[in-house]
Design a protein around this ligand. Sequence first.
Ligand SMILES: Nc1ncnc2c1ncn2[C@@H]1O[C@H](COP(=O)(O)OP(=O)(O)O)[C@@H](O)[C@H]1O
Ligand SMILES: [Mg+2]
Length: 252
Amino acid sequence: MRKIIATGKGGVGKTTSLSAICQMMSSEGKRVIVFDTDPSMNFALGFGVPFDKVSTITEDRVQISEHLEEEGIEVSGEEILRDHSVLTKDGIRIVIMGAIMSGGDGCLCSAISLIKILLNYAEETGDYDVAIVDSQAGPEVLGRGLASEFDINMILTEPTAKSSEVSRQVMKLGNDLGVKNTLLVVNKVIDEDDLKMTAELVGVDMDSTIGIRFDKNVIKADREGKLLLDAFPDSDASMDIKCLLNKVESLI
Ligand SMILES: Nc1ncnc2c1ncn2[C@@H]1O[C@H](COP(=O)(O)OP(=O)(O)O)[C@@H](O)[C@H]1O
Ligand SMILES: [Mg+2]
């Protein structure tokens, strides 16, 4: 099972580009499992999974921990995964970490630890070709070691100094964790210079840098509550994400 994590500042396009990548991989016949570790749970919502149908790891963690203790007797990792995830119409399985339930509930550490266990189960079952983590903004999820020895740290960034600074941080953490490949994805690109300037700011070769053009259709699809590929499959951003998919597939 190949493992990819998307990292970067909030609002840079992680969920938008990953959703399209997952749809394309799934339509090629790849078995895809997504771990949505962003407390805003946008990934599943984008695929039309309603909020009230979502069973999250933070909500279910006591029950999951009990199951884990029983493991080997009655409950397999496969069952735990199936019971605590949703399947989209595209055949993509999504495990949703969820948010802290109420004020003062503390951090998401135990939920992230459970995600790590579920990721190992996904690998052990042999049921998936690719596991993809849509991470929350910033370096938190890498700081907790979730992406240890992943295949790709896909760093999404906008062509700005602030966003590039977060990218530098997540690149360093990814390298510390032994992630095999770094791919810099500069999103909302207006011209060629954006790509070069951002690659230099982050400190990544142009060979490992790819751009997605700024595209009003992305915003339009968002407003209409549709996935980009469903609404505008031939738009600039969709075409660029197809190139991104080719690059990702050349690395895994
Ligand atoms: N290529 C693009 N062109 C224009 N707007 C974009 C593009 N990619 C993403 N966006 C917009 O940026 C916002 C944040 O995107 P999102 O994928 O939710 O980011 P993240 O998951 O990194 O927080 C959304 O409103 C989305 O419509
Ligand atoms: Mg997101």
